[in-house]
Design a protein around this ligand. Structure first.
Ligand SMILES: *[C@@H]1O[C@H](CO)[C@@H](O)[C@H](O)[C@H]1NC(C)=O
Ligand SMILES: *[C@@H]1O[C@H](CO)[C@@H](O)[C@H](O)[C@H]1NC(C)=O
Ligand SMILES: *[C@@H]1O[C@H](CO)[C@@H](O)[C@H](O)[C@H]1NC(C)=O
Ligand SMILES: *[C@@H]1O[C@H](CO)[C@@H](O)[C@H](O)[C@H]1NC(C)=O
Ligand SMILES: *[C@@H]1O[C@H](CO)[C@@H](O)[C@H](O)[C@H]1NC(C)=O
Ligand SMILES: *[C@@H]1O[C@H](CO)[C@@H](O)[C@H](O)[C@H]1NC(C)=O
Ligand SMILES: *[C@@H]1O[C@H](CO)[C@@H](O)[C@H](O)[C@H]1NC(C)=O
Ligand SMILES: *[C@@H]1O[C@H](CO)[C@@H](O)[C@H](O)[C@H]1NC(C)=O
Ligand SMILES: *[C@@H]1O[C@H](CO)[C@@H](O)[C@H](O)[C@H]1NC(C)=O
Ligand SMILES: *[C@@H]1O[C@H](CO)[C@@H](O)[C@H](O)[C@H]1NC(C)=O
Ligand SMILES: *[C@@H]1O[C@H](CO)[C@@H](O)[C@H](O)[C@H]1NC(C)=O
Length: 750
């Protein structure tokens, strides 16, 4: 297995918290072929459906109901369930918000998400195992998945194999929520209708979706939206729909929205069919589908699949599925040609090609990287774009952060410093205090002290680059810590124990190990970059769709709190209330479980003779077992660092602090097909006289207004042929699947 293999190297290879590489597949397990004795068993039908289709170039799909019946036919294994429930708490104890989730601040509980007792939920599950309450392996897996997903923390996930390894569900019709004129309440439309209005000469008048499966459509979608990983409800609602920025990320984004099985929507069974009822009375029923993510060659029954879980577990490892994602990060429909293109569509510099907006530049940043090959090019894009925009007479800057799930933490710091060289990014953070973290710090700090910082062999330098060497990081006042004991605290606040607040030392000689290889603007080799900002605070605005998480929240926090830059939030639920601009996890660092395991094992290995046997019989032993890894899809992880606001006296992590955006704009039909339409609306709202910020109306129930949006046919000002080409580019994107390829130490998987 991967973890043992890593330890066999130097024991230090997973330092950095990056997602581990999937182990290679063992071919011999596919020897057994279906003998066709029970062709009615749902899993046998799945197997037959796959192998009766000769074209294996696409991920095979089956009806959602068939997949659901198959996964539900896996018998419950109580022994295995107990192993999982016992294996999780040592890792969950690292979740920095574990205690705060149980009793969050009142405003968070009322406006964002209700309280949640994770460890209590696990105990309840253990009792339910004993009481024989679980009817199938999937029943157990789904209960566990939803328990952790209910934290609505994009850094915090454990996806049991029964939920995430075998099937991914979807619906074929992407939706959008748009306001006809930017003022009326938004209504829901099939995106295909909006496209047709914009690019094709359609003969019918599109009508809004008023009911889904017999329920009020926006209520249905608000409930559905809760399947997502964001905490903010308006951001979650936006993530239901087709959005240009998500699509621009290809399979690394949340595809065409959670309604179609993008992002975490893929884990939720959508029922056998979905019925849309339109305002004009027409009903449309679609059959929902499931993508099959593993080889079913040897699987004829639920029992076989259960055996596969326990024997060959390790999730995607065994994915034989020759399938490839249909439309990868290729084109980004709806965007103009960038003036300064960045790598992988993760960052692009644009001008606005609409008369009247000659002075506005747009830096579109839907990600903060996490792919080694893109790190340097990512930094360079901003380095080139800002001076070029100024030279070209741009005086205003929109930073479009829509769909930004984060990436490399220090890229967020660097971008802030490129914009505001004279400001010192604060970024205080803390871990939850645990015995394991303390023991690891004792061992790491001792080992790291064998050589001066930045010297010594590879192993020593890697250990010196971990939080658990007290020489790494500095105090909130910018002073060094004197010892591990000083750094680890614990500090008691709001009913839990945390480490002392610390901040990144951006001048650290080892910083490039954490920064993805870049030098950070304003520090080290780039310390000569100082002086006033290129664009003043009033001439910059952050544009978000609420999907701003992790490193994106770090960057936004610096921009808003330290530089005083304003925010504009798009979309949101169909009401007139203010919304938040930052709706994703505000925790400032995630660790994969596998990184925590390597920390624990390395701590034992690296300890000197005196400490070694003590550690080897301590709580660090709880991390030796691999069973929970084997039973998870992907790479489970936790949020390990809380972000804490400058001058905070409350002890409350940023994650639980509610902050309204400066302005809210509804999406209009044009904005769902043309990014420029969003940028001009943002510029109007921020700097023009004709802005349409939605008026705040206080919190409460959605106003019971009639659905008012009507799509008026509008002729686009481009040739019919060009319009059709654009139409086709959008249509192609309908096959997008969420398949995260990015990582980073401050990143949220879609
Ligand atoms: C064929 O399938 C039946 C029913 O699942 C099973 O009992 C039998 O062992 C299988 N035969 C072979 C040769 O795998
Ligand atoms: C075949 O599968 C169906 C559906 O799971 C099940 O009801 C039936 O008992 C199975 N028959 C045999 C002979 O195993
Ligand atoms: C149940 O799970 C345990 C632990 O993984 C495994 O040893 C056992 O074989 C499983 N039982 C069945 C029937 O698959
Ligand atoms: C649009 O369709 C109508 C009716 O089918 C037709 O009369 C008209 O010429 C078409 N317009 C264009 C620009 O194709
Ligand atoms: C009603 O609206 C739907 C969705 O826009 C459209 O597909 C359908 O053709 C319309 N039906 C009628 C009778 O106009
Ligand atoms: C690195 O240096 C330390 C301290 O001198 C030593 O214990 C360790 O074996 C060295 N590791 C390697 C891989 O050379
Ligand atoms: C930050 O790192 C630099 C270079 O390694 C070092 O000189 C400085 O003392 C460190 N600052 C603190 C506060 O530890
Ligand atoms: C960082 O700075 C060092 C020292 O000046 C230089 O050698 C290196 O090329 C720089 N790295 C990047 C990515 O610019
Ligand atoms: C700062 O230093 C870097 C590398 O030493 C150099 O490439 C750059 O031109 C300098 N910038 C300024 C503004 O002096
Ligand atoms: C830890 O203890 C186990 C026995 O419980 C032993 O097998 C193992 O070698 C020890 N590991 C280290 C690093 O000392
Ligand atoms: C924090 O407090 C200091 C001192 O009162 C003040 O100068 C600074 O602006 C405050 N920072 C923020 C982000 O509010």
């Amino acid at each position: 297995m991967k973890l043992l293999a890593l330890l066999a190297f130097t024991g230090l290879l997973t330092l950095g918290g990056a997602t581990p590489v999937a182990p290679t597949r063992v071919n011999s397990i596919y020897a057994r072929q279906s003998n066709g004795t029970n062709t009615t068993a749902p899993c046998a039908q799945v197997s037959q459906a796959i192998y009766s289709v000769p074209d294996r170039t696409l991920t095979p799909t089956v009806p959602a109901k068939l997949a659901y019946d198959c996964i539900n036919s896996v018998p419950f294994n109580a022994t295995a369930a107990k192993l999982i429930l016992q294996g999780l708490p040592p890792y969950l104890n690292w979740q920095s918000t574990l205690t705060a989730l149980k009793s969050p601040p009142a405003e968070y509980a009322s406006k964002v998400q209700p309280p949640l007792d994770i460890l209590g939920g696990l105990s309840q599950m253990a009792a339910d195992v004993d009481a024989g309450k679980f009817t199938s392996e999937y029943d157990f897996g789904w209960t566990l998945y939803t328990l952790i997903q209910s934290a609505h923390d994009g850094h915090f996930a454990y996806i049991p194999d029964s939920v995430g390894s075998v099937f991914a569900f979807g619906r074929k019709v992407p939706l959008v929520s748009v306001s006809e004129d930017g003022e009326q309440l938004p209504s829901i439309f099939a995106f295909y209708d909006v496209l047709g209005m914009q690019f094709k000469n359609i003969t019918y008048t599109p009508s809004p979706v008023v009911e889904i499966d017999g329920q009020d459509a926006s209520e249905f979608l608000e409930q559905w939206s809760q399947c997502g990983s964001l905490q903010d409800r308006d951001a979650l609602y936006n993530n239901v729909f087709y959005e240009l920025a998500q699509v621009s990320l290809g399979s690394s984004g949340s595809g065409t929205g959670s309604f179609t099985g993008g992002g975490r929507g893929r884990f939720v069974y959508p029922g056998a069919t979905t019925t849309l009822k339109f305002a004009n009375g027409t009903e449309y029923t679609m059959e929902n589908y499931a993508r099959v993510q593993i080889s079913f060659r040897e699987i004829e029954s639920g029992e076989d699949l259960g055996e596969w879980f326990t024997k060959f577990a390790g999730s995607a490892a065994q994915v034989e599925s020759t399938g490839t994602v249909a439309a990868a990060a290729a084109a980004a429909p709806g965007y103009p040609a960038p003036v300064v293109p960045g790598p992988g569509n993760l960052i692009n510099g644009f001008y606005i090609d609409t008369p009247g907006y000659e002075d506005v530049a747009v830096l579109q940043v839907p990600n903060f990287v996490g792919t080694a090959a893109y790190e340097i090019g990512f930094q360079k894009t901003t380095q080139e774009f800002l001076p070029k925009a100024l030279a070209d007479g741009k005086t205003k800057l929109i930073i479009d952060l829509q769909a930004n799930g984060g990436g490399t933490i220090l890229q967020g710091y660097d971008m802030f410093k490129q914009l505001f060289p004279s400001l010192d990014p604060y970024g205080a953070n803390r871990f939850r205090y645990t015995e394991a973290a303390d023991l690891i710090g004792q061992s790491y700090s001792a080992y790291a002290s064998l050589a001066p910082r930045g010297t010594g062999n590879y192993s020593i330098r890697q250990v010196q680059n971990a939080y658990f060497d007290y020489h790494m990081d500095m105090t909130v006042d910018g002073e060094p810590f004197d010892s591990w004991d000083e750094k680890v605290g614990p500090v008691e606040t709001n009913g839990d124990k945390y480490t002392q607040l610390s901040r990144w030392n951006l001048s650290d000689v080892l910083i490039s190990i954490s920064s993805g290889g870049i030098n950070i603007t304003g520090y080290g080799p780039l310390a000569n970059i100082t002086g006033p900002p290129k664009f003043s605070s009033e001439n910059i605005v952050l544009l978000t769709d609420g999907y701003c998480a992790s490193t994106c929240t770090i960057f936004s926090d610096f921009m808003t709190k330290q530089a005083g830059v304003k925010t504009i939030a798009m979309g949101g639920r169909s009401n007139k209330n203010p919304i938040q601009a930052i709706g994703g996890v505000k925790g400032v660092n995630n660790y994969a479980f596998s990184y925590i395991q390597s920390l624990a094992m390395n701590a034992v290995q690296l300890a000197d003779a005196g400490l070694k046997s003590e550690l080897n019989s301590s709580s660090l032993r709880d991390y030796y077992d691999n069973y929970i890894f084997a039973r998870a899809a992907g790479s489970p992880g936790v949020n390990v660092r809380d972000g804490v606001a400058p001058n905070d006296t409350s002890g409350v992590a940023l994650q639980f602090i509610y902050e309204e955006a400066g302005c809210r704009l509804y999406y209009t039909p044009e904005m769902t097909v043309d990014a420029t339409a969003m940028w001009t609306a943002a510029a109007d709202a921020q700097w023009g006289n004709s802005g349409k910020c939605v008026n705040g109306g206080g919190y409460g129930k959605r106003e019971a207004e009639e659905v008012t949006t009507k799509l008026k046919p509008r002729r686009v000002h481009i040739s019919q042929a060009a319009a059709l080409r654009k139409f086709e580019a959008f249509e192609k994107s309908f096959d997008l699947e969420t398949e995260c390829h990015m990582s980073g130490d401050g990143f949220m998987d879609p």
